[in-house]
Ligand binder design. Structure first.
Ligand SMILES: C[S@@+](CC[C@H](N)C(=O)[O-])C[C@H]1O[C@@H](n2cnc3c(N)ncnc32)[C@H](O)[C@@H]1O
Length: 296
């Protein structure tokens, strides 16, 4: 089996929150007479292998949620794709997208593990942004609803994908925002980021408002009117998270105000687990459930 090492105990926190949400989601769509009519999709656009190896010291990291540990001698933890397939009642369809060909191949084995759901699973070896943008456009959203989980390592999700997802008015989104691992690092202290980093931030946030939100002219510049490009970063992790939530609010009808910070063992924030509801009618219920799950 190909090993896929990533994450820490925060990964389980993340996956457990998403799992709880999927359970509530499929329950609603199985029971509610009006919701029953829709065809449901679970989309995992950075799907991995279906498992991950424990990446802790000596590969023996302790699990916070024992139910995540697969009962075998390899000490593997369940990944998001496998967790989604375990949920009952099931989704009507599962779309797993993975760019790494070896991971995609490993992911295919899930069909053997879940034979009764194999026909519902579509596995795509592709770049997530490109594939999902097209998928959002070609689906008939009058009769379909979806949960999309975007779980990249870093800043691989483009804002244009968020816009395409939000434009469906039918997708609930769980997204890992790379607060400490990427965005916080590009927002350099002392002066604005170099052009290449600035370009990456603009592509990620979908606008360059981050410049005025996170930088103010350096005191020296104001006092002495010196130098043009010198700015001081006036932002902390909390403000970066709020800025992103506000950005999501410009395109989604409802967004969780309390994304979950996922910390490393030293207490530094690595990611924020964010939620946005896409369907205006379903948004109040979806947000209430997500808020509860994020706080729990
Ligand atoms: C953090 S892992 C996902 C883990 C997975 N959600 C799980 O719980 O098992 C990120 C995955 O995204 C894949 N990936 C990275 N960039 C990608 C892209 N642009 N399109 C599709 N997959 C990508 C990586 O190969 C990796 O398997």
């Amino acid at each position: 089996m190909r090993k896929h090492d990533f994450g820490g105990s925060w990964t389980e926190e993340k996956l457990e929150r998403v799992r709880r949400n999927l359970v509530e989601y499929t329950k609603i769509f199985a029971k509610n007479p009006r919701a029953k009519w829709f065809t449901t999709y679970y989309v995992d656009a950075f799907a991995g292998t279906g498992y991950r190896s424990m990446a802790g010291r000596n590969g023996r990291q302790k699990s916070l949620f024992p139910e995540f540990v697969k009962s075998d001698a390899q000490g593997l933890l369940k990944g998001s794709a496998r967790i989604a397939l375990e949920i009952e009642p099931p989704f009507k369809h599962y779309l797993f997208i993975e760019q790494n060909p070896k991971y995609a191949c490993e992911l295919g084995k899930l069909k053997d593990e879940f034979p009764s759901k194999a026909e519902r699973v579509e596995l795509v070896h592709a770049e997530a942004n490109d594939y999902l943008m097209q998928w959002c456009k070609r689906m008939d959203w009058r009769s379909s609803r979806a949960v999309v989980f975007l779980d990249p390592y870093g800043m691989q999700v483009d804002w244009s994908l968020m816009e395409a997802i939000a434009a469906t008015r039918a997708i609930d989104l769980w997204l890992l925002f790379p607060l400490g691992v990427a965005v916080g690092r590009l927002l350099t202290k002392g002066k604005e980021p170099p052009p290449e980093w600035a370009g990456a931030l603009t592509k990620f946030f979908g606008c360059n408002d981050w410049k005025t939100a996170f930088y103010r002219p350096a005191a020296q510049q104001v006092l002495f009117k010196k130098g043009k490009s010198d700015s001081n970063r006036a932002v902390d992790f909390g403000k970066i998270g709020q800025f992103f939530v506000q950005r999501l609010k410009t395109i989604f009808p409802a967004v969780a105000e309390n994304p979950l910070p996922l910390m490393n063992s030293k207490g530094n924030p690595l990611y924020l687990l964010c939620f946005a509801a896409g369907n205006p009618k379903g948004a109040p219920t979806a947000l209430r459930i997500a808020d509860y799950i994020l706080k729990a």
